[in-house]
Design a protein around this ligand. Structure first.
Ligand code: IPM
Ligand code: MG
Length: 383
């Protein structure tokens, strides 16, 4: 590289970084304005429903069937409205060149909560994942992912920070071709405070004592060290909780260690570690087809399956055999978020009966198992 090329890249990087710092300072400032939706005060709760791609439309029709049974009275009386939102397909996103088209975003923002089918992230394009866009635009800062193994007394709830860390500038790194590349990770005080509070409030409300803060603060000395320090600061308001710091590598090992894993209860962790470890946890808890995921913000919330759109199942012609358990678990999380705890419990009990106890209709994800629609019928009948 010539001297002049070198200085061009260095100047370019400084300019790029200046813009990022400016923007992130503005984001940190905006985060202080908190305005929460109180579902108990709403005359009507609008639930947006987006099908997504791949197996999305199939598992979402299972979700519609089961929610229709659970919320029949509320839908009839007008207390709940289910609003189908079209147009968030991979074909449309690619043709418009945007991760979430404006009309879809506007329709989503006109609802209180969103139930979302999996959306394919196009490979080989610079387009952002729809999930990342939605989490950022709706400021869904807490990704809550419960995993239970009743037979082992495992009851884990992960609070993954969902809007910053490695994700916030994930599409905005700096590349010096054929030489090197940078990505950026951003952790804010307010962003950490709010996820810590969410995790601790959950622990306190659910009589959990043990909270594990999971970072890699021995290496990420600015961002993760801040994350841990702020969690400890926030925890001063929760004297009954027992906090432990763990590094992500050993925690990943702990989860497969049957002799100690049941002692963990609540986990709070930065975005990327949370992404990775919740797939591991879901797999331990029965597979990524079985765990639900809640993305919670002050104003909006989005509920989805933990898995992706499974294009392979569509290519192989077995999409109708997809397992809807993960999106049904997400429905359970949504019902309790909007204040229908009794309905959430009913759905949970039916899922436990259908998946773990009776198993009269079992999906395998293949032709040897039941179809998604038959399984949804089975769950609806057991409500
Ligand atoms: C998840 C997914 C997403 C993530 C993808 C689809 C962007 O893996 O919800 O865990 O990385 O957060
Ligand atoms: Mg993931």
């Amino acid at each position: 590289m010539t001297e002049s090329e070198r200085s061009k890249y260095i100047d370019g990087a400084c300019e790029h970084f200046r813009a990022l710092v400016t923007e992130q300072l503005d984001r940190a400032e905006r985060m202080k304005e908190r305005e929460r939706t109180d579902f108990s005060k709403l005359d009507k709760i609008k639930i947006g429903v987006v099908d997504g791609d791949g197996i999305g439309p199939i598992i979402m029709s299972a979700a519609r069937r089961v929610l229709g049974a659970l919320l029949a009275d509320e839908i009839k009386s007008g207390r709940v409205e289910m609003c189908d939102i079209e147009g968030l397909t991979i074909e449309r996103r690619l043709s418009l060149g945007v991760s979430v088209p404006d009309d879809v975003m506007a329709a989503i923002k006109s609802c209180h909560v969103l139930l979302k089918g999996p959306t394919t992230t196009p490979k080989g394009t610079t387009m952002e994942s729809a999930n990342v866009t939605l989490r950022r635009e709706l400021d869904l800062f807490a990704n809550v992912r419960p995993v239970r193994i009743p037979s082992e007394n495992v009851d884990w709830t992960f609070f993954r920070e969902n809007t910053e860390g490695e994700y916030v500038l994930g599409s905005r790194g700096y590349d010096i071709p054929d030489t090197l590349a940078f990505d950026f990770k951003v952790t804010t005080d307010e962003g950490t405070r709010r996820i810590a509070k969410a995790a601790f409030d959950y622990a306190a409300a659910n009589v959990k004592r043990h909270v594990a803060i999971v970072t890699k603060a021995n290496i990420m000395k600015k961002t993760d060290a801040k994350f841990s320090a702020i969690c400890h600061e926030v925890a001063k308001d929760y004297p009954s909780l027992e906090l432990e710091d763990w590094y992500i590598d050993i925690m990943t090992a702990n989860l497969v260690n049957k002799s100690i894993r049941s002692r963990f209860e609540v986990f709070v962790l930065p975005n990327l570690y949370g992404d990775i470890i919740t797939d591991e946890a879901a797999e331990i808890g029965g597979g990524v087809g079985t765990a639900g995921s809640a993305n919670i913000g002050d104003r909006y919330a989005m509920f989805e399956a933990i898995h992706g759109s499974a294009p392979r199942m569509v290519e192989e012609g077995i999409a109708e055999y997809a397992n809807p358990t993960s999106i049904l678990r997400a429905c359970e999380l949504m019902l309790s978020h909007i204040g229908f705890n009794d309905k959430a419990k009913k759905l949970s009990a039916s899922l436990t009966k259908c998946c773990d106890v009776e198993r009269r209709v079992a999906v395998t994800g293949n032709r040897d198992g039941a179809t998604c629609a038959d399984f949804a019928e089975y769950v609806a009948e057991n409500i």
